[in-house]
Design a protein around this ligand. Sequence first.
Ligand code: NAD
Length: 278
Amino acid sequence: MSNVPDVTLNNDVSMPQLGFGVFLVPDAETEPAVVAAVEAGYRAIDTARIYENEEGTGRAIKSCGVPREELFVTTKLWNADQGHDSTLRACEASLGRLGLDYLDLYLIHWPMPTRDRYLDTWRAFERLLAEGRVRAIGVSNFQPAQLTRLMDASDVVPAVNQIELHPYLQQAELRDFHAEHGIVTEAWAPLGQGKGLLDDPALAAIAAKHGKTPAQVAIRWQLQLGNVVIPKSVTPARIVENIAVTDFELDGDDLAAIAALESGHRYGPHPDTFDYVG
Ligand code: NAD
């Protein structure tokens, strides 16, 4: 078994600090990938309506041999479904595809400030929480101004903000904001989506020093920052590699070298302008 620690969300729900992401995994490949992840020790799974693999994720949840209550399942409300009533319907549809009667965490996938429906959407999230359809509610890709507006309009502080975060985009301002308000920072693209980050010489040097891989260093760094992290892979050996990160510790020199990699580079879209409804 892995030794992945839990974090405690602001409503006392426990969430594994390291989970398994399934972005871009075709539905038919999702069941074997998630089952391999559960066998490797992952207990948290991160999917989304727009990934079109909630059904494959649901099949894996049924076939993996681990009781539902020992898993932590996150899905996300897609942009086209923002709004109060459409959110309630979208949640039921996601639950149906997943074959579940509750979610552990439901996230607003993008704030879509140009369309400005996230306050109505959040009111529906509050209702889903009160009715027990979801154990925790949060957001994704929200900026400080949007979080502030949401919190001013609601009594429920988001449990999580899931954001792009890796050594090239360290999100210091958002992490400070989250810490101040009791919001857990969850990192997407922790490996830079396999687009070059892991070739960085600084990560390679730290990896060589610890007898680990650059991917393991990038994931370990997130754990030491206190973030939740959800690396993705469909390759069984990498699925195992990416969770084998609890038997070493980055030291002050390592952390300083990674801090120096900040470049503001985004692999994904900018949350202030992204308004794709697909
Ligand atoms: P990631 O940073 O996890 O990169 C995944 C890619 O890294 C793989 O496809 C592979 O090419 C490579 N890789 C994986 N393990 C490796 C290893 N050990 N060694 C070398 N290369 C390796 O990118 P991601 O999938 O975009 O992000 C992780 C998860 O975050 C997603 O699966 C999804 O669940 C979530 N996500 C959320 C949002 C959002 O808007 N909320 C956006 C993107 C992703």
